[in-house]
Design a protein around this ligand. Structure first.
Ligand code: ZN
Length: 196
């Protein structure tokens, strides 16, 4: 397996629209494993193929909370979330149902160390293909729902910054321009943070 390079805002390649895959091949399964390794390495809870400069509709996510001993804490998850096998890997994800509204302080591995409150649908149903190329549907709310919506945005060339008010977005962009990004390898050694 190999770590992949993550594109950072304002890289224009993050703005490309991704295409569905025709078939889940061995090569794509290997790519999926590399995506997962990269996400865990940088303490992310989600990663979209667009972020590693591959314009296919694919995302990985693992939003399971951990307790202080690093074990998965299923009591902290919603009923829907705990019923879903994670890490989740979806090719060609499509939101087929969405309900309610929720907000969360989102971050992004392509905009590291910056966080802003974003509004999302609370509950979603998503169709897609698993690693075997079989169609499946998931129903979720909670952090997993927010994460999947964030990652699908990436596949459409969208970032969480685009979902802020123009004033907030401009303030954030100016801050990034001035301050830049920290060394992510060092950041990954720090305590775990929630970064979709
Ligand atoms: Zn992101």
């Amino acid at each position: 397996m190999a770590l992949l390079d993550i594109l950072k805002f304002p890289d224009p390649r993050l703005r490309k629209k991704c295409k569905p895959v025709d078939k889940v091949t061995d090569e794509l399964r290997e790519f999926a494993a590399n995506m997962l390794e990269t996400m865990y390495h940088y303490r992310g809870i989600g990663l979209a193929a667009a972020q590693v400069n591959r314009q296919i509709r694919f995302l990985v996510a693992d939003t399971r909370p951990k307790d202080e001993r690093g074990r998965y804490d299923y009591d902290e998850m919603t009923e829907f979330e705990s019923a879903i096998e994670q890490p989740l890997m979806i090719f060609n994800p499509v939101i087929v149902k969405k309900e309610g509204k929720t907000t969360f302080d989102e971050g992004c591995l392509s905009v590291p160390t910056y966080y802003e409150t974003v509004e999302r649908f609370e509950y979603i149903e998503v169709e897609g293909l698993n690693l075997n190329g079989e169609k499946f549907t998931i129903k979720t709310d909670g952090l997993l729902s927010i994460c999947i919506q964030h990652e699908i945005d990436h596949l459409d060339g969208k970032l969480f910054i685009d979902r802020l008010s123009p004033i907030k977005a401009n303030r954030l962009k100016a801050k990034i321009k001035k301050m830049g990004y920290p060394d992510l390898t060092k950041e990954a050694e720090k305590d775990e943070e929630v970064v979709p």
